[in-house]
Write a protein that binds this ligand. Structure first.
Ligand SMILES: *[C@@H]1O[C@H](CO)[C@@H](O)[C@H](O)[C@H]1NC(C)=O
Ligand SMILES: *[C@@H]1O[C@H](CO)[C@@H](O)[C@H](O)[C@H]1NC(C)=O
Ligand SMILES: *[C@@H]1O[C@H](CO)[C@@H](O)[C@H](O)[C@H]1NC(C)=O
Length: 462
């Protein structure tokens, strides 16, 4: 069965496949899809099985495969899907022939004139290929020399090469046949802002009424692009323009009598260039509670829009290099244990800017210590204390009450010194005093109590 298959297919190519060995690829007019399984043993290559998909029969693979690599190889002979059309052109004008082909592998398209291959480098001749369509352009067209059939030939090593032919007829300027296209309005150089709409004007008369198409930078304008449209008269409208729309445009009017090109005209798209700036930089300092969360937002603008990333300290990158957001980057910090500097970096081709923010871990103040009482009289005492805790205190609070009385504490708030004289106490009473430190987060715990008994009335301290 295998032998039968091999003889019914025509042997085409031998290919090397990633060091595995050789793969023999078969194809025939009817069968274009071949699966070949090979095994490489040293330098010896054995074809162990061939399966023809899409064919009537399908071979089972046999054998003990310890190292085999199925390899699907698709082939399709070339096919011309767009034939060049005959053209009539004035002397000094432009002739363009288009030829499109498909196949697998992608076919190679060559142009021939009188059986001789046309080189794209020949003066007056250019061959430009884009998206499987090859364009032969002759400019300027000369009488006597360019009148000829032109042949487009496509080949890809599978099956036979295919070709299509079209003829160029050259007219003296004053001898164009009646109905020959006449361009009545040509495009003029346009300068537009990016994002705006551009209209390249073109109008033509002729009989039959010519059809209009556009060429940009020697390639046919891709009208499948939804931003492009050609109005009833023939003008090309480009909506929401992009930098890539910039180029040299020409309008082509064509009917069954002939073809006429306008001159190439430039379209400029002005691109605004704005270096990055922060529209919302992070605040210089954020204060958070120990173990707290914070979301740090950094927003930057510019044209082009900048990339925005975060860095901790001097050099610890926090935004993955392969996923840097554009314009805005919000960083979520959770369970913050330590104060740190975070830097937002916005960069575009026009520059790099940075803004640093300090995330400061805040905690409540510690309790004041070492509360000392002195200068005791019948109605007042002097308190003095120490403090060894987080900085940035706002003030101290003293709370006091007679020790044995079941009453609320009196409170003196807003003390910004580390001593205080408490007045209007009752004579001969035992008091207890607490000192509390306050910062912008709140009140810390009270100090240990300090107690003392006020003096009797009339007794003046020494
Ligand atoms: C296939 O070959 C391997 C290695 O030579 C061997 O160990 C295994 O038994 C063979 N399997 C069969 C089904 O023959
Ligand atoms: C911080 O965020 C974590 C996870 O998102 C959450 O479990 C935790 O309760 C948050 N902590 C605070 C103080 O909001
Ligand atoms: C943050 O940066 C400032 C200025 O460079 C520096 O003085 C400070 O020590 C830094 N703080 C931290 C927590 O790294």
């Amino acid at each position: 069965m295998r032998r039968g298959l091999m003889s019914s297919s025509s042997f085409r190519t031998i290919r090397k496949v990633h060091g595995l060995g050789l793969i023999l690829v078969f194809s025939s007019k009817e069968i274009h899809r071949v699966v070949v399984v090979v095994i490489a043993v040293g330098k010896l290559v054995m074809v162990l099985g061939i399966s023809l998909i899409g064919a009537e029969h399908r071979c089972q693979l046999h054998g003990n495969f310890t190292d085999y690599h199925p390899f699907i190889y698709l082939t399709h002979p070339p096919e011309i899907i767009r034939k060049p059309s005959n053209q009539g052109v004035r002397v000094g004008g432009v002739a363009t022939f288009f030829c499109g082909a498909r196949g697998d592998p992608a076919p190679n398209i060559v142009w021939r004139k009188n059986g001789k291959k046309i080189m794209g480098t020949q003066s007056r001749y250019s061959v430009i290929e884009s998206n499987g369509v090859s364009m032969l352009r002759i400019e300027p067209v000369r009488a006597g020399r360019d009148d000829a059939p032109y042949e487009c030939m496509a080949e890809n090593g599978v099956g036979d090469a295919v070709s299509a032919e079209a003829t160029l007829t050259v007219y003296e300027p004053d001898k164009t046949p009646s109905g020959f296209p006449v361009i009545t309005q040509s495009p003029t150089t346009r300068v537009i802002e990016i994002g705006h709409t551009a209209v390249m004007q073109c109008k033509a008369t002729g009989s039959p009424q010519p059809k209009i198409y556009w060429i940009k930078d020697m390639k046919r304008v891709d009208m499948t692009n939804s931003r492009y449209s050609i109005n009833a008269e023939g003008s090309l409208q480009i909506d929401n323009s992009e930098e890539s729309d910039m180029g040299r445009y020409e309008c082509v009017a064509e009917n069954s009598v002939g073809t006429e090109h306008t001159k190439q005209t430039n379209l400029y798209v002005k691109v605004r260039r704005v270096p990055p700036t922060f529209s919302r930089p992070p605040e210089p300092v954020y204060e958070v509670m120990l173990g707290g969360n914070l979301s740090l937002a950094c927003v930057a603008v510019g044209s082009p829009m900048p990339y925005v990333k975060w860095r901790q300290g001097v050099d610890q990158e926090l935004t993955p290099e392969n996923d840097v957001p554009v314009g805005r980057n919000v960083m979520e910090l959770t369970n913050i244990r330590h104060s740190a500097n975070y830097t937002c970096v916005a960069s575009s081709t026009l520059g790099i800017i940075e803004a640093t923010t300090l995330v400061k871990v805040q905690s409540l103040p510690a309790a004041p210590t070492d509360v000392q009482i002195s200068e005791v009289t019948a109605t007042q005492v002097r308190l003095e204390w120490s403090y060894k805790g987080p900085e940035d205190l706002q003030y101290y609070v003293i709370q006091y009450k007679p020790k044995n009385a079941n009453q609320a504490f009196s409170e003196i708030s807003g003390i910004i010194t580390m001593f205080y004289v408490v007045r209007t106490l009752s004579p001969y009473t035992e008091y207890e005093f607490y000192v509390i430190a306050v910062n912008n987060i709140g009140r810390g715990p009270p100090s240990l109590p300090a107690t003392c008994t006020t003096g009797e009335t009339g007794i003046v301290p020494p």
